[in-house]
Design a protein around this ligand. Structure first.
Ligand SMILES: *Cc1c(COP(=O)(O)O)cnc(C)c1O
Length: 436
């Protein structure tokens, strides 16, 4: 399978190059030259498959021989080694829990799969891969824990001092091994600027094999399709076959993967794009005008994106008829006050705690169900992170009901290992050169 740039379908590269380049030179995004259809036999047996079995079948169809079957099987079993259960909250409302991986967020699917794919391609004798990531919270933890102990790789995470939650900081700074954390005296934008400048620095690029492990990497998108198939399989076992997925969306990778699964043949009835005040896509679905805006800060901050990168992929999937997007997806957006209310309502109705991102997806699903009462469709909203990662947004009553996973309790005893740096590029560069 070759992968083309959404800006130029004639520009095609192999899977390996798509993974290591992350983004084509022309600033498009990589997409498969054709979207493979999973065979009838796969769907016929879907309700019998485990998550890693589904992952293998889907990845094999997408990679089309780029990695031999036995190796690919080992990669998916190692990467997807946690569950993604669909939990019933009421008759037609289910939650798909995507927070059972090591960083307690759905980004673990992408980061763990990508790290193992990269490591597989870094055959013996290839230069060590140096991953540089700037994080405002969730991405850094997923990438750090995704690459932890992966041979031939090293990760350097830059995070803004005092601006990530305690659990997020512990996930970034207590790993050791091939993971280094830099606590930057600045904002997330400063961290991002340092990483960007490193990629254009001649001396650093001569010395190191740098990559960004960016969220737009195709190797992060593919594994996110797995859990849509797996959620559908779980519902089939409960006699449900008509499903709408409600996806809390920021950069639109998660829902983009759902649409990719649909294109591969998964018979989803409908998708809901649920956003916070950053409503570029819901506004487009309403007006037909796509108008990116500067991002605004909200309590669901992993979705504070005004110009979602992965929209280019969605537009590409529907390039023959963009109006089809409007038929398949409905958009809803909610402000912080509504998000807080939704957290409380979910708690009152089901005695269940959702993170602020997840709350938005639940609220959008309920709104959709009110508007589509005639349809016998089961609603599934995606829970993208464990609520314990965002302790500041909850009332004491709700916070007290959060069950903190054992892995988080273990973090508390571990020593913080972070190097404090300023936001100037020279200091950052010197650190990289001196700590080779
Ligand atoms: C990254 C993230 C999102 C947004 O996902 P996209 O793929 O960027 O749309 C939503 N919720 C949480 C908790 C996240 O970390």
């Amino acid at each position: 399978m070759n992968f083309y740039s959404t800006n130029n379908t004639a520009h095609q590269v192999e899977f390996k190059d798509a993974v290591f380049n992350s983004m084509p030179q022309d600033k498009g995004l990589y997409m498969p030259e054709h979207i493979p259809q999973l065979p009838y036999s796969f769907f016929n047996n879907l309700d019998q498959y485990t998550l890693p079995e589904i992952a293998f079948h889907v990845a094999k169809a997408m990679l089309d021989g780029a990695i031999p079957d036995e190796d690919l099987k080992a990669i998916v079993h190692d990467a997807i080694n946690f569950l993604a259960p669909v939990v019933k909250l009421e008759e037609q409302v289910y939650v798909l829990e995507l927070f059972h991986g090591p960083s307690l967020a759905f980004k673990d699917f992408g980061a763990r799969f990508m790290s193992r794919i990269m490591s597989w391609f870094l055959e013996d004798g290839e230069k060590q891969l140096d991953v540089l990531v700037a994080t405002s919270g969730d991405t850094g933890g997923a990438v750090a824990l995704g690459f932890l102990g992966v041979p031939n790789t090293r990760v350097t995470i830059l995070y803004p001092k005092g601006k990530v939650s305690d659990i997020q900081e512990q996930q970034l700074t207590t790993n050791g091994q091939n993971i280094r954390a830099l606590e930057i005296d600045g904002t997330f934008d400063d961290c991002q600027a340092l990483v960007k400048q490193a990629f254009t620095d001649k001396e650093l690029n001569e010395k190191f094999r740098l990559t960004s492990a960016n969220s737009i990497n195709i190797a992060r998108l593919i594994p996110q399709t797995f859990y849509y198939f797996n959620a559908y399989a779980q519902l089939l076992r409960q006699g449900k076959s008509k499903v709408v997925f409600s996806v809390p969306s920021g950069n639109f990778g998660n829902i983009g993967a759902g649409l990719l699964a649909w294109k591969m043949g998964l018979p989803v009835e409908h998708f809901i794009a649920a956003t916070n005040a950053n409503d570029t896509v819901p506004a487009f679905l309403k007006t037909g005008v796509y108008e990116p805006k500067p991002s605004v800060q909200t309590i669901s901050n992993a979705m504070d994106v005004g110009n979602p990168s992965n929209w280019a992929r969605i537009a590409d999937m529907f390039k023959d008829d963009l109006s089809a997007v409007g038929k398949l997806i409905d958009g809803y957006s909610y402000n912080d006050e509504e998000t807080q209310q939704a957290i409380q309502e979910v708690f009152d109705e089901y005695n269940y705690v959702v993170c602020p991102h997840t709350a938005i997806a639940w609220k959008a699903l309920k709104a959709w169900q009110v508007q589509n009462t005639s349809e016998d469709v089961t609603g599934v909203f995606l829970s993208t992170a464990h609520p314990c990662k965002f302790p500041d947004v909850f009332t004491d009553e709700v916070a007290a009901a959060i069950k903190v996973p054992a892995s988080v309790k273990e973090l508390e005893g571990k020593e913080k290992q972070a190097v404090a740096l300023g936001k100037d590029f020279e200091g950052f560069k010197e650190f990289l050169l001196e700590n080779n």
